[in-house]
Design a protein around this ligand. Structure first.
Ligand SMILES: [Mn+2]
Length: 435
């Protein structure tokens, strides 16, 4: 227990001294110093404070002297901020190899400032139990599978038992992630566990109906980055500024002082890669890139991730794409692009609707296109219509007017009628949107 507690006290003291360095400590000998780590002895009596700086031995000696004279101020600040039975003694060390710690600490520091209490609660939760089941949402994608598998790996690293669960099959494009084959799919096959961790889920329905019942009488930790998260867990760590749950797990591992194994690093890299749309979306933040960079440093192979996730399609996928593009049409201003796929096309390509999931995005790649429309035959005289909008265009109201829904940039609905009838109705409505 003391060892785990030491792991939490270290980051808290780190935080305090970091703050002091930019606020109160005006000693010129302490300018340009970066803390790299604060390591507690298991009895919590000594805090080993590691720092780095640019310079040679004279600068190191000056910094050590600076810390020496600031010792009293630092200890008082720690006493105020961290409740400890004994105020720890401080030892200062120059860290000659800070590259890894430096970068990760940037991520951690920011998360600490914004969600310090929540991260702390997540650490306490993990501390409290010995065995976990980790799950994500149904129809999992890169972030869901990646965060699930990596978190299990990290929990095992710190001596816990952890089982990955998902009710749905692992999609082919995420099957390369180490451990994907071992994900439990039936709640009745989950071994006895003490607690549940749900990742990448905005609410308690997302892991599926069976798991919702399963977790009813168990302590639940909710780790997620969706803004709409309902805080359904007993403990909730929700950070909408995180690009992905994967990015949060990178920070969690550091806070737990658990070294991320290369296999887990690949999972987390893929989680960040896919949730940022290969670093295309607006959530491609410095923090996301830092976390991805750290995962590459920890052994993730970016080429393997990209090839496996994006370049492992079936022949049917391409046959289907040929049909899709064969129907491509534009309005005269080329601001609206649309394409169609019939049930016959899917049959010929031996592919399901998921194979065409991203086809519509290719239409918005055209510079002039503001709105893209994809008509998919869902049944007799029944069409599933998907919309994508770029820039200021908003397709959510449009989809809503046809009984569907979605977001500003991506929405959909189902419309009854022949293709010609449906296209006519949609065309008129879309023209209103693009003006
Ligand atoms: Mn996600």
């Amino acid at each position: 227990m003391t060892v785990k507690r030491a792991d939490r006290v270290g980051p808290a003291i780190f935080e305090e001294i970091s703050k002091l360095l930019v606020t109160k400590l005006e000693d010129p000998r302490l300018k340009g110093i970066t803390l790299t780590k604060v390591k507690m002895t298991p009895d919590l009596r000594i805090a080993r404070v590691n720092f780095s700086l640019i310079g040679g031995q004279p600068q190191i000696d000056a910094a050590l002297a600076g810390f020496e004279s600031a010792r009293r101020i630092i200890r008082r600040a720690i006493a105020d901020a961290v409740s400890l039975r004994y105020l720890p003694d401080l030892e200062f060390f120059y860290d000659p190899n800070p590259a890894y710690a430096d970068k990760i600490d940037g991520i951690i520091r920011e998360i600490h400032h914004q969600h310090r209490g929540e991260l702390q609660q997540a650490l306490d939760f993990i501390d409290q139990y010995d065995s976990f089941v980790v799950t994500a949402h149904q129809n999992p994608e890169g972030d869901a599978i990646g965060a699930t598998l990596a978190l299990c790996s990290i929990l095992r690293k710190i001596g816990k038992t952890a089982h990955p669960f998902n009710p749905d099959p692992v999609p082919a494009q995420t099957a390369f992630m180490p451990g994907a084959k071992k994900i439990i799919r039936d709640v009745s096959a989950i071994p006895p566990i003490a607690a549940v961790i749900v990742v990448d889920c905005g609410d308690r329905d997302r892991p599926g109906p069976d798991f919702k019942i399963f977790m009813k009488d168990k302590p639940v930790l909710n780790i997620d980055h969706h803004e709409t998260n309902t805080a359904f867990g007993n403990q909730n760590w929700v950070d909408p500024k995180a690009s992905s749950t994967g990015e949060m797990i990178v920070a969690l591992a550091e806070a737990l002082d658990a070294k991320i194994a290369p296999d887990a690093a690949l999972c987390l890299y893929t989680a960040i890669l896919t949730d940022t749309g290969s670093f295309h979306f607006s959530n491609t933040t410095a923090r996301a890139l830092e976390a991805a960079s750290e995962m590459v440093a920890a052994g993730a192979d970016p080429v393997l991730a990209a090839r496996s996730y994006y370049h492992a399609k079936t022949a049917g996928h391409l046959i289907l794409l040929a049909d899709f593009l064969g129907t491509l049409s534009f309005n005269p201003a080329q601001t609206v692009a649309s394409a169609v796929l019939t049930r016959e096309s899917y049959q010929r390509a031996a592919a399901g609707p998921d194979a065409s999931e991203n086809f519509i995005n290719a239409l918005t790649d055209v510079a002039s296109v503001k709105v893209a429309v994809f008509y998919r035959e869902a049944g007799d005289d029944e069409w599933k219509v998907s919309f994508r909008a770029k820039g200021e265009a908003d397709v959510s109201a449009l989809a809503f007017s046809f009984g569907g829904g979605g977001h500003k940039n991506a929405a959909g609905c189902t419309i009854k009628g022949t293709l010609e009838e449906v296209q006519k109705r949609v065309r008129d409505a879309v023209e209103m949107v693009v003006g």
